[in-house]
Design a binder for this molecule. Structure first.
Ligand code: DGL
Length: 258
């Protein structure tokens, strides 16, 4: 299976997939050399996503998981048109959040591109019609996770202006619409207190991936644990160290110049 993101955020999805699909071999491509995608032109994001997908398919990936909300909202139809393998995309957890909120008010934290994109607007129209939805662009959080900064004063200073206004408005449920953000969940809870529900879609995407693999007869089961290979366009020592921290196990990164 091939999984990619603009950087290391997609590891929050990969760790869910490794729990659910432990015998699948996984190739992860973190495009950290070009991260963040969030402020870039759509053509650039499509270009990188197609290049990375092409590389993973060439390496034998039987399915691609786009573990990046920004790439999903910009270029999923184009990727599906260009490649023959099944492509699984991210969907921000707006539907479960709308079902869970007691105050009727939810927040959606995402990159600026995802917040202004048509996919999020469509999701809100479809699943959260009767809910007050506050989409919040959160520039800067991706960079913190890429740097391996998950807690401390710098993280709190970045999160406070995003979360406090939501809490003041009575939001009780926040959707993490970027795959980097689950790694900041503890820091968010430390600021908000335990009454704010924070929902991401990693586990749902893992279930969807298993479903697609099973449906297409591609599911691999067995007792032998699958291998994980980590590729990056970024700097391997740094990427390897941060990835090991995020996954809680040692991983080595290989540089790929595509
Ligand atoms: N993890 C990516 C996402 O889910 C971050 C995008 C970026 O690099 O701006 O949107």
């Amino acid at each position: 299976m091939g999984v990619f993101d603009s950087g290391l955020g997609g590891l929050s999805v990969l760790r869910e997939m490794r729990c659910l699909l432990p015998s699948e071999d996984m190739l992860y491509f973190g495009d950290s050399g070009y991260c963040p995608y969030g402020g870039r032109p759509p053509e650039f994001i499509l270009g990188r996503s197609a290049t990375v997908t092409g590389y993973l398919v060439e390496r034998g990936a039987k399915i691609i998981v786009v573990a990046c909300n920004t790439a999903t909202s910009v270029c999923i139809p184009e990727l599906r048109a260009r490649f023959d393998v099944p492509i699984v995309a991210m969907v921000p957890a707006v539907k479960p959040a709308a079902a869970a909120t007691r105050s009727g008010k939810i927040g959606v934290l995402a990159t600026p591109l995802t917040v202004t994109g048509e996919s999020l607007a469509a999701l809100i129209r479809e699943h959260a019609r009767d809910t007050e939805v506050h989409p919040v662009p959160a520039p800067g959080l991706v960079e913190l996770v890429e740097a391996g900064l998950l807690s401390g004063p710098q993280v709190e200073d970045a999160l406070r202006p995003l979360l406090c206004p939501l809490l003041e408005r009575g939001v009780d449920t926040v959707v993490l619409g970027c795959t980097h953000y689950p790694f900041l969940r503890n820091a968010m809870t430390a600021l908000s207190g335990p009454n704010l529900a924070i929902i991401d879609s990693g586990a749902a995407v893992a279930r969807r991936t298993r479903h697609v693999l099973a449906e297409q007869g591609l599911l691999h089961t067995g007792d032998v644990p699958g291998r994980l290979e980590l590729f990056t366009s970024g700097e391997i020592t740094h990427v390897g160290a941060v990835a090991s921290r995020l996954l809680g196990e040692p991983v080595t990164a290989t540089h790929i110049a595509v």
